[in-house]
Design a binder for this molecule. Structure first.
Ligand code: 13P
Ligand code: SF4
Length: 376
């Protein structure tokens, strides 16, 4: 979704990195405990060095929910800042340093197409037995949809727990309308890969899943398929993680026999199948930290995180599985000039780039986010 970030005043564009660092440090000092800067692991180092807390999208949502600062400056992407706004109180303000920092995967599902899919599924099967689960990488409007329809949000670090919860909801004490847990189905959006990888982890097979293509009638599926499968996986993906292929893993193993492969669950199942470990950005960091000195690790995730891990662990060899991997272009939009600008404006008593979620949407989205926090 295109949001318009007005161009920065020239002085921020031409400032040297030393000047920007000095200005950011001074603004942080002035704002003190009124300010909290959150940094997602994919942020550039020039931004990450100023973060009061770092994390994956689950960790950052927890930190935001517990934060007391008046201003939460979110160095990440739009859906993360929206979730932080939903989870913080009304007197706290969430700021995204560049409004164009979206997420192409989150844009692959919108409320209109999910509602259309929901109605089409309802024509074919018992909709009370369908639990909608949205990945954190989605708009607040979709989180609200999920909250209204008895579902929950999940992230890459808790998808397994959330899907287990969803699939168990039809049994005794469950809240879904269906008679038994065996009848429950999950509509999972927008990332087909996280949905598929988690379903496989839970022991389901490929015949239990079908891809729902929102561009085609009834998702491009036969009625019988919609009725029979346990997982309807939205046809969405992350353009960064979709680049990793099994032959990258094969090439890494050939060059580094004994090396270990760790990938993010937004990678395709073919890649996950040949990896040694799979997990969220926090998981990947922890896996690198526990690797013995001398280990060679091939990582399948965004390049800024891989490069930071390599720099922080000189006793290890940490490399990207894809030598040509691009950064996440939207995470990359947050840079020192934008961070400096929003902070200097706050010092001047002006809040720029505030992210707000409409009250009605926020109420339902909070239900779905809170379910995730309670389940995990
Ligand atoms: P994590 O929750 O693992 O940080 O992932 C967020 C994301 O956008 C990965 O592409
Ligand atoms: Fe979205 Fe992919 Fe970037 Fe994560 S890496 S923010 S899923 S585009």
């Amino acid at each position: 979704m295109l949001r318009l970030q007005r161009p920065l005043p020239e002085s921020y564009v031409t400032a040297t990195s030393e000047d920007l660092a000095r200005l950011i440090a001074a603004a942080k000092d002035t704002l003190g405990s009124r300010l909290m800067i959150l940094g997602h692991h994919y942020q550039r180092d020039e931004v990450m060095r100023w973060a009061d807390a770092r994390g994956d999208s689950f960790g950052l949502s927890r930190i935001a929910a517990a934060a007391h600062a008046e201003y939460v400056v979110f160095c990440g992407v739009h859906f993360m800042a929206e979730s932080a706004d939903v989870l913080t109180s009304a007197d706290q303000q969430v700021i995204l340093p560049d409004l164009n920092a979206g997420c192409s995967m989150a844009d692959m599902a919108d409320l209109e197409s999910v509602e259309e899919a929901w109605n089409e599924i309802a024509e074919v099967t018992d909709i009370d037995a369908v639990v909608p689960i949205t990945y954190m990488n989605s708009s607040a409007a979709l989180k609200a949809f999920v909250g209204r329809h008895g579902g929950a949000v999940c992230t890459s670090s808790n998808a397994r727990a959330v899907l287990t919860w969803a699939l168990g909801r039809g049994g005794p004490g469950g809240t879904a309308g269906a008679g038994s847990a065996a009848d429950i189905k999950v509509l999972f959006f927008p990332d087909q890969h996280l949905g598929r990888n988690t379903a496989f982890q839970l022991g389901y097979g490929s015949t239990d899943m079908a891809v729902w293509d929102p561009r085609r009638d009834t998702g491009g599926l036969e009625d019988r398929t919609v009725k029979e499968v346990r997982f309807l996986l939205w046809k969405g993906h992350c353009s960064v993680h979709q680049r990793f292929r099994p032959d990258h893993v094969a090439a890494f193993r050939k060059e580094h026999p004994g090396g270990r492969v760790i990938v993010h669950p937004e990678c395709s199942h073919e890649v996950v199948e040949v990896a040694d470990e799979v997990g969220s950005t926090d998981y990947i960091i922890a896996a690198v930290e526990r690797a013995p000195d001398g280990s060679v690790l091939g990582i399948g995730t965004e390049i800024h995180l891989v490069q930071r891990l390599a720099a922080e662990h000189p006793a290890l060899t940490v490399i990207s599985l894809d030598p040509l991997i691009c950064p996440c272009s939207t995470m990359f939009r947050i840079d020192a000039p934008h961070l400096c600008w929003v902070l200097k404006e706050l010092v001047a008593g002006r809040v720029v780039n505030r992210i707000t979620v409409d009250d009605e949407v926020a109420t339902d989205a909070r239900v779905a986010l809170q379910r995730m926090l309670d389940i995990t």
